[in-house]
Design a protein around this ligand. Structure first.
Ligand SMILES: *Cc1c(COP(=O)(O)O)cnc(C)c1O
Length: 376
């Protein structure tokens, strides 16, 4: 098989291993977060691999993402937690998608959809315990809880779960983590008093799943750690294995004379005669333009610096005066596990002042996803 110009190789055995790490560290079942096309790794293959590895259920942001998984044959429990007024609650109910509710408006819309469908909607209560993003706000809580209890009594909804999201999960010892958990436990107690008690409680994102087993409750809800990237770098890598490697085939090798500039604006001018190579990866593929001149790629275990501006489709590296034996068609690793000294997504993130979540989820559709490992 001829390799694609640009390939994101996804190691499904790494996903399985990371699910295991998360279950062991938290002592809880895993709700695998596969939103945003599984952080760029491919929602369907990752969902299948995570479930095969023992993840209990799945979570996404949009109902449309959940419907895509259902169309792909995923029948595991599946929760979607971000809805606008146009969200298709009817389709969610028809396809047994657990709808996480952040407001009374959303609850009313789900009740109406359940009536239209003559079905009972499965819902999760998403409580804003301090993140101040999604979730039922404190000033709406008592009205929400009463309406929910009534809807449950009417048979319009089943209350499957209650959840919240941590604001400072990546600061394991921050007191806000325990405060948010206590607020969620209180909200769950409120619902139980009203006869609308949830079956399960979940709080922990990746950093909390790995560092705060006391917050695990029934399920943990990791994303980034399942993809093998440590959410708390100062605590180490927890034995996680990065699941994505980005590689490009060398498109072109050519000589460059001293004094010649490279790429738009000639931001790099060769100080001496050298050899350059063009790689078919650019900012349209998720290689940040801000990385221009500030990264290395690995070819055959050797590191070569990027030079000049990163363009939409291509970037240039400096192979040195003798070209280092690199030829067109060779494979260059833009990032990978880092295990043999190669570049990582975290290197990119650190260099441009962001997080590796943004790097991997930003790898574009033009990079062909290639899957290795997993069930035969
Ligand atoms: C994205 C997301 C997660 C996963 O977060 P990670 O930091 O990637 O583990 C969990 N819960 C909710 C509500 C999310 O939006």
């Amino acid at each position: 098989m001829t390799p694609a110009a640009l390939t994101a190789t996804i190691d499904l055995d790494a996903i399985a291993h990371n699910v295991d790490v998360l279950r062991t560290a938290s002592g809880a079942d895993v709700l695998a977060v596969v939103k945003a096309d599984a952080y760029g790794h491919g929602a369907l293959p990752v969902a299948r691999a995570a479930l095969a590895a023992g993840a209990a259920e799945l979570g996404v942001a949009h109902i449309t993402e959940a419907l895509t998984l259902r169309r792909g044959g995923i029948d595991a429990h599946l929760t979607a937690w971000l809805h606008t007024p146009g969200a298709d609650f009817d389709a969610a109910i028809s396809h047994d998608i657990d709808i996480a509710l952040s407001s009374l408006r959303q609850l009313d819309a789900v009740i109406a959809a359940a009536k239209r469908r003559s079905r009972t909607a499965t819902v999760t209560v998403k409580v804003d315990t301090g993140l101040n993003r999604s979730g039922v706000a404190p000033d709406e809580w008592s009205d929400f809880a009463e309406s929910l209890a009534k809807a449950r009594a009417d048979g319009a909804v089943t209350v499957r779960a209650i959840m919240c999201h941590l604001a400072r999960g990546d600061e394991p010892e921050h007191p806000l983590n325990s405060e948010q958990a206590a607020r969620l436990d209180e909200a769950a107690a409120d619902l139980r008093r009203l006869g609308a008690g949830p079956e399960v409680i979940h709080i922990a994102n990746s950093p909390a799943a790995l560092t705060r087993p006391d917050l695990a409750r029934d399920l943990v809800r990791p994303g980034i750690a399942m993809y093998g990237r440590t959410p708390v770098p100062e605590r180490g890598d927890f034995g996680l294995i990065p699941a994505m490697a980005l590689t490009a085939q060398v498109a072109l090798v050519k000589k460059l004379a001293a004094g010649q500039g490279v790429s738009y604006g000639h931001t790099f001018v060769a100080p001496a005669d050298t050899t350059i190579a063009v790689l078919p990866a650019g900012y349209a593929d998720g290689v940040p333009r801000l990385l221009s001149g500030r990264f290395h790629v690995a070819i055959d275990g050797r590191l070569f610096p990027g030079v000049g501006r990163i363009c939409m489709d291509q970037l240039v590296i400096d192979l040195g005066p003798d070209g280092a034996g690199v030829t067109e068609g060779d494979t260059a690793e833009l990032f990978g596990t880092g295990r043999s000294g190669g570049p990582t997504a975290k290197d990119w993130a650190d260099t441009i002042g962001t997080i590796d979540y943004e790097i991997v989820s930003g790898i574009g559709a033009r990079a062909v996803r290639r899957y290795v490992g997993g069930e035969p």
